[in-house]
Design a protein around this ligand. Structure first.
Ligand code: ACO
Length: 402
């Protein structure tokens, strides 16, 4: 047990805040979030307005460089990203070394980290702003290629090369789903829903993966290795796994006969640890502003694709029943962004273990912006303290005397 009275005497004054629930690690001008009021803004612009009027690449520019781009700035940014979508052929050999059951998040973080080997100048701690910018362009351009290839590795299909005539999301969808013998064209409703989803996930201030990117980068590690670490942090089920948990819950309801009310009653039962996945949020206590926006996109996708999937029918039934139930209404437990993102991904054919990869694609501009901000402020290396709770000093005992 920690002797609080002795903390100061033994260690000097240290603030103990496990999980950093109330401890700021930095100042930041990127994202404003007010959980009580349900407000999320990137660089001062509301998420509602950005989701409605902007595109993912424009939002990426805004997050990374601080301002909305002019027409010329945006054209240049988009063109630079487009010409860097291709990856070195040797990366395909690395991909071939992964077994087909490799989790796509592991493949993605590994391939992102290999960029340090293909572009070793990114390791230079005194890199110029131009070099940093090139790293930013490269990682934004190549992540969708890596993500689609991680999926192709899993299903055993040949990889598709980027199609630079397409926009960011349509190109990604084509690399994911096109097969050599078939003509593929991304559905604009699907590409649009995906673009919105990526915007909604683009930054969320100092969450686990973003804090990881900042702390790795604080040692002056490269952008590529910092983002690779962020991908690994996002991989954990407590962070990026929520939308996967939603689909798994819906599948469990289906396997049990599809009785939605039975699971709602289970979630209300205080003696049962079961909770409705995709309902409630740690930060957003009234509503999740992102969920409102994405619900509309989910409805559009489902009606356009006319998806006939019992799991998605269950999702609809669950949403309707929970929104009417006093238990959920009183506690302000509304479907969160993960509930709807899981539905959209399922409807457009993205397999469940790729959901977190999609989250990583969306979060990438946030990671880059936070890494860049931290480096530009020349923040000191991140090095939390601890309260030591182990043995007092004791003498070494020879092995034969233990
Ligand atoms: N189903 C049933 N009851 C719930 C749920 C739920 N999903 N969420 C909260 N409650 C209940 C709690 O039991 C509690 O009831 P009580 O007042 O009678 O004790 C009340 O609502 C308040 O909940 P808290 O536990 O205080 O909320 P907390 O902030 O701790 O939890 C969390 C938030 C973890 C998101 C929770 O709502 C939950 O477990 N949701 C399901 C999992 C999920 O969707 N997680 C992803 C969130 S998005 C993200 O983090 C990336």
């Amino acid at each position: 047990a920690i002797d609080i009275n002795n903390l100061r005497a033994e260690t000097g004054l240290i603030t103990l805040d496990e999980g950093y629930k109330n401890t700021g690690a930095t100042t930041s001008g990127i994202t404003f979030l007010d959980g009580e009021e349900g407000i999320l803004r990137y660089r001062g612009y509301s998420i509602e307005e950005l989701a409605e009027k902007s595109t993912f690449l424009e939002v990426a520019y805004l997050l990374i460089y601080g301002e909305l781009p002019s027409v010329k700035e945006f054209e240049q940014f988009k063109n630079e990203i487009t010409v860097h979508t291709l990856v070195h052929e040797d990366i395909k050999k690395i991909l071939d070394g992964f077994p087909s059951n490799a989790h796509p998040m592991g493949v993605l973080s590994s391939l992102v980290c290999t960029l340090t080997a293909f572009y070793p100048e990114s390791l230079d701690p005194n890199r110029s702003a131009d070099k940093v910018n090139l790293s930013i362009i490269r990682i934004l351009a190549k992540m969708p290629t890596f993500a689609a290839w991680a999926y192709k590795n899993e299903v055993g299909h040949p990889v598709n090369y980027p199609d630079n005539s397409l926009d960011y999301c349509s190109n990604f969808l084509k690399m994911m789903f096109a097969l050599p013998a078939e003509k593929y064209e991304a559905d604009p409703v699907v590409a649009d829903a995906l673009d919105k989803l990526l915007i909604l996930h683009a930054d969320h201030e100092q969450n686990c993966s973003t804090s990881t990117v900042r702390i790795v980068g604080s040692s002056k590690a490269s952008l590529y290795s910092s983002v690779s670490a962020g991908i690994n942090a996002l991989w954990g089920p407590l962070h990026g796994g929520a939308n996967q948990a939603v689909i798994e819950m819906l599948e469990a309801i289906k396997a049990d006969g599809g009785n939605v009310q039975k699971f709602i009653d289970k979630a209300k039962d205080k003696n049962d640890p079961f909770r409705l996945m995709g309902f409630g949020h740690r930060v957003y206590k009234n509503f999740d502003p992102r969920a409102k926006i994405i619900k509309k996109a989910a409805d559009n996708v489902l009606s356009k694709l006319g998806v006939n999937d019992p799991v998605l029918e269950i999702a609809k039934g669950l949403e309707e029943a929970a929104l009417k139930d006093p238990y959920f209404v009183e506690r302000k437990l509304y479907p969160n962004v993960d509930f709807y993102s899981g539905i959209i991904y399922r409807a457009i054919g993205i397999p469940t273990d790729m959901f977190t990869v999609m989250f990583a694609l969306g979060r990438l501009p946030g990671w880059i912006a936070q890494w860049k901000e931290m480096r530009e402020k020349n923040e000191p290396i991140g090095r939390p303290r601890q309260i030591y709770t182990g043995s007092k000093i004791r003498s070494y005992v020879e092995m034969n005397k233990r």
